[in-house]
Design a protein around this ligand. Structure first.
Ligand code: 4AD
Ligand code: MG
Length: 462
């Protein structure tokens, strides 16, 4: 027998067809000698309604069939008189493959809090909310590749283990094979990483950018899509210690090209999710009420506001609003400032450009004013920063002096400097935090609820 999932069955099935479905029981009720079981298999939002009438043998088996049980049900596909779903199945044969004790199964047919669901992370994908989140993640992941592939970007695989600290921020997890009970030490008493597995201090990557840069300087336009790790002690609703990042890098491109790509990319992803995840998005609109489908459509059509950092500071200072963190030229924008700009002032996505050099990474291209860099952050309502990007410094002398100022040892980075020695060219790229995008589109307020296995300071499961 060919196995068919519920999504396909609804899309391609024919009334009267004999079918066998597999899934987990979402709910059961009976009324006037008929038992109704809603079964889901993860493939689509709406569960399939199974009907059991007293005259069928399967009817007896429903007594043992409770929420959470894994089942196999065979019967006739028929038009559903109820609204919501096209088909239902009149079941002749029911097999309970795996029982679920109704007194012990942690998911019942009621709305559980998201906090509670985090405690049963291994079962939460069976809920409507997490099923929808995971399907949206899947559609967005595939859309990332469609977007870049259709524009001839080459998908490159940058390493998870690296010897360089891309952001220079020091929030790195060490990867080591040393015996931590008794690590080798140098004459100063520091751990001697030259005796470690790779012969040098190694880390989990915070960004694939530096490697993507050398790939762009030979392959033209490239992108990465992979997990990145940050050991920052940020316990917020938008920070993970392990998150997925998409990083395009373009050769022969400047900040304007970078901004255009960023906007096109976000708009493409919004459009695709509306086309392909209609049911799931309708569910988020109804139950989480953060963004309507109309708003999502508008974002996918209208150009994003673009302002300079200097203009942003002025706007915030003139706003008359009280902020917790100070607003002064030279200080970084905090999440409250980003949200004020997107939610109160522009009521939509905002791209802030040309930040002071001292608050941005060493690799960003110095502007003619010598005080700002060709950087851009894309900010979204409710989320704040979703993208950080820049044109890269392609002048060897400027780059080395920026590295010296940032106290970045140059011996380790000869390969990076080589790119400015041999065939240097203007290039630019950005990083988009995938989970923040999923948060934005679904309206899930906590980033822990848009990834199957969230890693945050003090918490790790599975
Ligand atoms: O702004 P960031 O730190 O930029 C970079 O890493 C650059 N090297 C990217 C590049 O130019 N290729 O990070 C990029 C994005 C942020 O805008 C944010 O959306 C996301 O990554 N991000 C996080 N998402 C979840 N949890 C965290 N701890 C994150 N840190 C950054
Ligand atoms: Mg950033």
């Amino acid at each position: 027998m060919k196995k068919i999932n519920i999504k396909r069955l609804i899309e391609q099935g024919k009334s009267g067809q004999q079918v066998t479905v597999y899934g987990w029981v979402k709910s059961k009720r009976d009324s006037k000698g008929i038992v109704f079981i809603a079964v889901g298999d993860g493939s689509t939002f709406e569960p399939l309604q199974l009907i059991f009438t007293e005259d069928s043998i399967a009817f007896q088996a429903t007594a043992e069939c409770h929420t959470g049980a894994a089942i196999q049900a065979s019967g006739t596909l028929q038009d559903s008189p109820g609204k919501g779903q096209k088909f239902e199945v009149s079941v002749k044969e029911l097999l309970i493959l795996g029982k679920a004790d109704p007194d012990k199964y942690p998911l019942q047919k009621k709305r559980h809090s998201l906090e509670y669901l985090r405690e049963i992370g291994h079962l939460r994908p069976r809920t409507n909310t997490f099923g929808a989140v995971l399907r949206v993640r899947n559609i967005l992941s595939a859309a990332v590749h469609d977007f870049f592939q259709s524009r001839d970007f080459i998908w490159v695989h940058t390493p998870v283990i690296t010897a360089s600290d891309c952001e220079g921020a020091g929030d790195l997890f060490t990867v080591t094979g040393l015996n931590m009970d008794k690590p080798p030490r140098d004459s100063d008493g520091n751990i001697d990483f030259s005796k470690d597995f790779f012969g040098k201090h190694s880390y989990l990557t915070v960004s694939g950018q530096l490697e993507a840069e050398f790939l762009a300087m030979s392959m033209g336009n490239v992108y990465t899509f992979g997990p990145t790790f940050r050991a920052e002690n940020s316990n917020t609703s938008r920070h993970l210690s392990e998150f997925w990042m998409i990083e395009p890098e373009m050769a022969f491109a400047d900040l304007d090209d970078d901004i255009t790509l960023a906007q096109d990319f976000i708009q493409f992803l919004c459009t695709r999710v509306l086309e392909k995840a209609g049911d799931d998005i309708a569910f988020f609109e109804k139950f989480y009420k953060v963004m309507t489908i109309d708003q999502l459509k508008r974002i996918s059509e209208s150009p994003f506001t673009r302002i300079s950092y200097t203009e942003a500071i002025k706007l915030l200072q003139d706003s008359g609003s009280k902020f917790e963190f100070p607003v002064n030229w030279g200080l970084d924008l905090q999440s409250e400032h980003e949200r004020y700009l997107t939610e109160q002032v522009f009521k939509g996505p905002v791209i802030v450009t040309d930040y002071p050099k001292d608050i941005k990474a060493f690799y960003m291209k110095l502007n003619q004013d010598q005080t700002t860099v060709a950087a851009m952050d894309v900010l979204l309502p409710g989320i704040g920063e979703i993208i950080g990007g820049s044109q890269r410094e392609d002048n060897l002398d400027v780059l080395t002096s920026r590295m010296a100022a940032a106290k970045i040892p140059q011996e380790e980075m000869q390969w990076y400097l080589d790119l400015r020695r041999f065939g240097s060219a203007p290039h630019a790229g950005f990083g988009l935090g995938f989970e923040r995008l999923v948060q934005y589109i679904t309206g899930m307020s906590n980033i822990r609820d848009v990834i199957p296995c969230p890693r945050t300071p003090g918490t790790i499961r599975f």
